[in-house]
Design a protein around this ligand. Structure first.
Ligand code: ATP
Length: 238
């Protein structure tokens, strides 16, 4: 059993009268991939923002790589790669200029990031788009560029908000193999959110289902299958 890289204990968080998280508990082992699954408003994004130290919990405890993100958010964010729902790319700039700008922010050296950018662009099959402006790209294309940006500095923790949203099936397959490689070879811990269980099949080691800010199920996909005891998945029935 590997050590937990992320430990969330009985965390609650409200925004005014809206209780986004209600006694959430979640543990994610180092080098594993956890999918946070749930409907709109279930609390997935709030969980990611708490892990990054961008929000403070009202109560409960969070440890990330042995650090408290509320007090040591800068240190936590330094070893994180993040894909948010809003990709946050500079649209007038080219793909390369967007990526090299962030590589420099991450403190990477040019000879290292140039090679890494080419490898990742090739992996996602967009090497030919390297010198084109991001403006005018489809949602899926922008998502690929933002994903590459999150992977550039080989993060120890990767937080991906809806990474498969807007991606074509071939790119989802590329993403799956890249995340597996990152987790298995570099020991990176990965959390991703999704509405769609089928898309994270074979991608996640652990599935956590959030409903109304609570974790109502955490286990492997196989265990979830046994629990639902059917081939199709219907979250309403869980
Ligand atoms: P989605 O799939 O729509 O992104 P989610 O599972 O990520 O949903 P959250 O974004 O974590 O859900 O939101 C949980 C609840 O908290 C929702 O009811 C949302 O409206 C509310 N909420 C989240 N952030 C804020 C905020 N900054 N101010 C007010 N309410 C918020």
């Amino acid at each position: 059993m590997r050590m937990a890289f992320i430990e969330i204990k009985q965390v609650s968080k409200s925004f005014g009268s809206v209780r986004a998280l209600n006694q959430l508990a979640l543990s994610v082992s180092q080098g594993s991939i956890c999918a946070l699954l749930g409907h709109n408003g279930a609390g997935k994004t709030t969980t990611l923002r708490l892990i990054l130290g961008l929000l403070s919990p009202d109560s409960g405890e969070i440890a990330v790589g042995g650090l408290d993100p509320e007090a040591e958010g800068d240190a936590v964010r330094r070893f994180c790669g993040v894909l948010s729902e809003d990709t946050g790319l500079y649209e007038p700039l080219s793909v390369y200029d967007n990526l090299s700008y962030f590589a420099r922010l991450y403190g990477m050296k040019r000879q290292d990031y140039d090679a890494r950018i080419d490898t990742l662009l090739a992996h996602f099959d967009i090497l030919d788009k390297k010198n084109l402006a991001v403006k005018g790209f489809s949602t899926g294309m922008k998502k690929k560029v933002a994903l590459i940006r999150a992977l550039l500095h080989r993060p120890r923790l990767l937080l991906l908000d809806e990474p498969t949203n807007g991606l074509d099936p071939v790119s989802i397959e590329h993403l799956r193999s890249m995340l597996r490689e990152l987790a298995e070879e570099s020991g990176a811990t990965i959390i991703l959110t999704t509405h769609n269980l089928n898309e994270v099949e074979r991608m996640a080691d652990q599935i956590a289902i959030l409903r109304h800010g609570r974790n109502i199920f955490t286990n492997s996909l196989d265990a979830l299958r046994q629990e639902t005891n059917e081939d199709g998945f219907d979250l309403e029935r869980l």
